[in-house]
Design a protein around this ligand. Structure first.
Ligand code: FAD
Length: 286
């Protein structure tokens, strides 16, 4: 099923993101985690893509597994900046052969050594290619706080509009910890004529070390309320996990109360985190 059709139903949507193994010897444990998450019966699942090596190879395998073994609507992520056009075509062929209808089309991060291929510069170029290569439902990424490379939010939204016009059926946001940032972004996007569904990406921050690493990479704003949790529970992993899950759940409840019906959870391959959030929302997202 195409994700755009799920989003069009105007029913609450709760989806989960997982990541594939980097190396073959981790495949079985990742598959186990992914299976447990699939059993939670999400609206759809998405599988991330690394710029090369195992992560890119296994994205299609895991997406196909979800689709065919669990009957879950599944989406393969695909990035382009470190790939040649030929490599992208080969990946798309594998995606099609596996019956996968949904692709999250990404530029990908510029590697630390700055080495990229020069066939693609931006995600919108990949989206234009995908439109020619098949009848896919195409998602794109968006950034409520602005993409870190953008000089300002106005320019970022202008490029986002170009990306949607290139053929995005929906957008999924980068994580945010302050819902007001999301509401403000939604207002600006709608004002600029971006009308596709926007799925709110929520990261349950259950581990202080992971939080610091993620924040350093993304530059995401951390509200005082969250900083206080981190100060109080950061050295106590069990308490931090409980607090992180509760914080994410509260964010989601507030989103739903404000008529945001599509939520995507960055599960970090942790079934127990996904399960706790889902069960806390059992009467809210049904
Ligand atoms: P783009 O939309 O191309 O934007 C990148 C930058 O270029 C922005 O600053 C934008 O404003 C600017 N820009 C866009 N078009 C133009 C133009 N025409 N002229 C000038 N500037 C322009 N990365 C992975 O490697 N694998 C994943 O699986 C993955 N999954 C993700 C899932 C989500 C939901 C999100 C939010 C991000 C994900 N990422 C993933 C990270 C993403 O690849 C990076 O954030 C990357 O830096 C930008 O990708 P993009 O597709 O948003 O790029």
């Amino acid at each position: 099923m195409k994700i755009k059709d799920i989003l069009a139903q105007e029913k609450p949507v709760l989806s989960f993101e997982v990541f594939p193994p980097k190396k073959e010897d981790a495949y079985a444990s990742v598959e186990h985690a992914v299976n447990e998450i699939a059993k939670l019966n999400p609206s759809f699942m998405s599988v991330t893509y690394g710029a090369g090596g195992g992560t890119s190879r296994y994205t299609v395998d895991i997406t196909s597994h979800l689709l065919h073994q669990y009957g879950v609507t599944a989406m393969a992520h695909l990035s382009c900046v470190s790939s040649t056009r030929e490599h992208v075509r080969n990946m798309v062929e594998r995606i099609r052969e596996n019956g996968i209808e949904n692709i999250l089309a990404l530029r990908g991060d510029i590697p630390a050594d700055g080495k990229i291929e020069h066939d693609y510069r931006y995600a919108c170029e990949l989206i234009r290619d995908l439109k020619e290569l098949g009848d896919f439902c195409i998602g794109g990424a968006c950034y409520p706080e602005g993409h870190p490379e953008s000089p300002n939010k106005a320019e970022d939204i202008r490029h986002l509009k170009e990306k949607v016009d290139a053929g995005c059926d929906f957008l999924t946001t980068q994580m945010f910890f302050d819902n007001n940032i999301f509401y403000n972004f939604l207002y600006r996007a709608r004002e600029k004529g971006i009308t596709v569904p926007i799925v709110a990406g929520i990261m349950p921050m259950t581990n202080a070390k992971q939080l610091k690493r993620t924040l350093a990479l993304s530059g995401t704003y951390l509200p005082t309320r969250f900083k206080m949790l981190l100060d109080k529970f950061g050295d106590n992993p069990a308490a931090m996990k409980q607090a992180g899950i509760a914080y994410a759940t509260e964010q989601i409840i507030d989103l739903v109360a404000n008529d945001v019906h599509a939520i995507h959870i960055y599960t970090m391959n942790r079934p127990e985190v996904a399960a706790q959030i889902k069960s806390s929302l059992s009467e809210i997202i049904v």
